[in-house]
Each structure stands twice: as C-alpha cells, then as structure tokens.
Design a protein around this ligand. Structure first.
Ligand code: GLN
Length: 309
C-alpha cells in the first residue's frame, strides 16, 4: 500500500494555505462559535493501522454524519421494513427541504436528508423513552469506536432545539401524513441529540470502519452488520450522502461519504479503509469545503475511487 502518512502530510501541506475557506454553519448558534481555522483528517485501514494529520484529535459536532449510525440501528431493528417509511433515491434538493414531502405523501426521499433521518429516529424510538433511544445510539457509537469517552454536546443539542424551526416544520408535516409515530418534540429531541454527538476524526474513522470491512470491525472483532447490509449502506452514502452535492462528490472523490454541517465528512474506501476529515467552513450546499477538497486529493493520490484509479 502507498505510504499513507506521506500522502496525508502532502494533503495537509496543500490544504494549509486555504484553511479558513468556506462559511461556518450559523443557523445553529452554537456551531457559529466554532473557529473556522481548523483542519484534521484520519484514516483507519482494515488491518487496523491509523494515520492522522492536523486536528485529528479535536472533537467536533458530527451532525448529519450521525444519520449513518442511526440508519444502521434502524435497519437492525426493522430490517428492510424500514423502506416503507423512507425512500432510497437522491433528492437533488437541500438537506432541509420540504418540497418533495407533499408530492410523495410524507415519505422522505432518503434516510440522509433531514426528513428521512427524522423518520429513521422515530423508528429507533419504538418501545423506548426518548432518553433511552439516545442512550442506545451513544452506546452503539462507543461500541463501534471502542471508545467510552465519546459524548453528546448538550449545548449544541439545546441550541438546535431552540432554533430548529425548520426541522419542527418538517417533522410536523410528516406527523400530519402519519409518518411519525411519536410526538414531534420527542422525535426531534432524539434527532437533535444524535446530531450533537461530539467526535474526533480518529473516533469517527474507527466507528465507521465496519463499513469498509464487510460489516465487521477488524480492530475489535465486532461483527456489526452483514456484508450485504454494509454494501447497501455504502450505496446510500454514495448516492445520497451529500444531499444536492452528491453527484459532485461522486464525480470528484468517488467514495461513499456522509457530510455534516459541523464540517465533518466520513468516507469509505470499501475493503481498504475508513476516512474522516473535518474543517468547519462549508460550501454552498452545506458540505465541508476543505474536507471535500482533501478527500479529492486522497482519492487521486491513492487510486481509491470506487470507479477505478
Ligand atoms: N442538525 C442539523 C439539521 O438538522 C443537521 C444538518 C446537517 O448536518 N446537514 O439541520
């Protein structure tokens, strides 16, 4: 395998003059306070080697990247029945768009836009108090990363609860279509807390390694999902993981990936490695500008694109 540390160092050297590019998400007041001049990246290979550069140990708000973990839990609970509640098609619309919901009777396009993720959280809540559903997710992520120090940032969750008017609108709309079984404030309580998971690039790459390794984490020996399910989650990330920037991300990077408005991107090189990158400045569609640039460099320098080298 290529010298991954040398590649990461070369990416960092190329990114460094650009650090601070993009615009930090400010619709969640607590995220607006984050210093944009940060960049970190971590790779964990399927044989358990870890490579890091920059602020790879700094915890950040993973936001929508949490949707991958919640989706994994929901599929574990209800299996393919999940697809009665949410679709599997790219939306071509913004992550917080409401437009398609009315045309499609309250069934969100995919599990990675906000509406879809809210429906997925509702599924995971079945039979639980909201607090237990959040606890289940936190335990799951700690188990995946083999790291008990991972926490949820309550300040971020509270900040979004106070200002998440748009998500309240989306959830109310779905509830009107009977695509939410629980009260809107309970479902959003879970959703805002999952988005407020605070993790470093290294923790995130470790937690997602099962998706690069046919559903099992080779570093812990934990079998998480079947190879088929891992493949399918990767397919959803590739087609829907960057909202209306998914086509562009596939074109430039060519890896399944999931972004969050905290500036993180989690990506998978199937059979090879999991990758996490973080830089808070976002592009116009809400994906980390330098994170995507760094992943494009990584794919070019390693030949890891799923579409060939
Ligand atoms: N919590 C954010 C929201 O619901 C997540 C959005 C994102 O990361 N794209 O708006």
């Amino acid at each position: 395998m290529a010298d991954l540390q040398a590649i990461l160092d070369s990416i960092y050297a190329d990114i460094q003059p650009r650090i601070g590019e993009g615009k930090v998400a400010d619709y969640i007041p607590e995220l607006a306070k984050v210093d944009p001049k940060q960049f970190g990246m971590a790779i964990v290979t399927v044989d358990g080697k870890v490579y890091r550069v920059g602020d790879a140990d700094t915890a950040f708000s993973i936001q929508s990247i949490s949707k991958v973990f919640m989706l994994t839990l929901a599929l574990g609970k209800v299996g393919e029945g999940l697809w009665k509640r949410v679709g599997r098609e790219p939306s071509g619309s913004a992550f917080n768009s409401i437009v398609q919901l009315e045309h499609e009777s309250g069934i969100p396009r995919n599990p990675f836009i906000n509406t879809g993720a809210i429906a997925v959280s509702d599924v995971v809540m079945a039979g639980h108090a909201p607090r237990e559903a959040i606890g289940e997710l936190l335990r799951f992520v700690r188990y995946l990363a083999d790291d008990e120090s991972i926490t949820i940032d309550d300040k971020v969750a509270r900040s979004e609860t106070q200002t998440g008017y748009r998500n309240f609108a989306l959830a109310n709309f779905m509830r009107a279509y009977r695509n939410l079984d629980h009260p809107v404030d309970h479902v959003l309580g879970v959703y805002f807390h999952q988005c407020a998971l605070s993790m470093s690039c290294e923790q995130l790459a470790r937690a997602g390694l099962f998706l690069a390794a046919r559903g099992s984490n080779p570093t812990t020996g934990h079998s998480v999902v079947s190879p088929k399910r891992a493949r399918r989650i990767n397919a959803l990330m590739l087609t829907c993981g960057h909202y209306d920037g998914s086509g562009d991300f596939a074109y430039h990077v060519g890896l399944p990936g999931k972004s969050g408005v905290g500036g993180g991107i989690f990506a998978v090189a199937p059979g090879i490695a999991s990758i996490a990158v973080w830089s808070p400045g976002l592009n116009k569609v809400g994906n980390s500008q330098l994170g995507a640039a760094a992943l494009e460099m990584l794919a070019a320098r390693t030949g890891w694109s799923v579409f060939g080298d």
